[in-house]
Design a protein around this ligand. Sequence first.
Ligand SMILES: [Cu+2]
Length: 284
Amino acid sequence: MGRVLAVIIWIITLLSVLLFVAGKWWFPEAISEHAPALDRQFLITIVVVGISFTAAQVGLGWMVWKYRDTGSSSDRATYSHGSNRLEVVWTVITAIVFISLAVMGQGVWASLRLHDAPAGSYSVEVVAQQFQWNFHYAGKDGIFGRTDPNLIDDSATNYIGLDETDPNAKDDVTHTVIAIPEGRPIELILRSRDVIHNFWVPQLRFKQDLVPGMNIRVHFTANRPGKYELACAELCGQFHYRMKSFMLVLPAAEHEALMALPQDQFQTRITELLAKYELPVYQQ
Ligand SMILES: [Cu+2]
């Protein structure tokens, strides 16, 4: 029985490793400038973790095989204190490996989250609510109109509490779809009206929480026009599964023309653009 168990452990290990090595299920193709660095880092991590996993499971199987019950009465169990030296050695090695991976990875992470967006970035305010995404665009003047939580009125479709009396708000538009220009740094200013939500477009290779009471800024540059799925990646309530939308990455001129439209025409144009662009074909 011990031998069978050992072989089962090895087979499960082999199959698990094959799932990754086969490369059949992988991320959708990336469309952001920082993505190759993140993907490279991810690959390094998964190779290192994969080697450790394989070594540990092969060792486990070997122990199960070696110390199996042979039915002999002379095989009495013995007690061992273990080896302190061995404990120290593998703890130190594990710590070095994991801290090194974390240090290697933090460069890309910090450049997106701890540094300000580059000058000339295009800003979009994101206001999440149960269970909807709202995007606030500054319009032609590039200045966001004032918002006030007291002005939020879902029945009047003022989901973000935009103050219509503010001159800067005159050309502002809002939508449940995010439309951004290609090749230009984008800054998102993320807020939540109620609970924690999470902005996730897999092709961008980042996820970011939206936390009530906080203005969280992240930036990225999308470099391929198209329509991409946007999901809330934080279980935010009963209808969390409905909290999805699209991100449109548009050629600069198309985006500029869109942003010059007043709210009603903007809505119509977004519908047209959603029909014009197709979702990426995912690998099967
Ligand atoms: Cu959500």
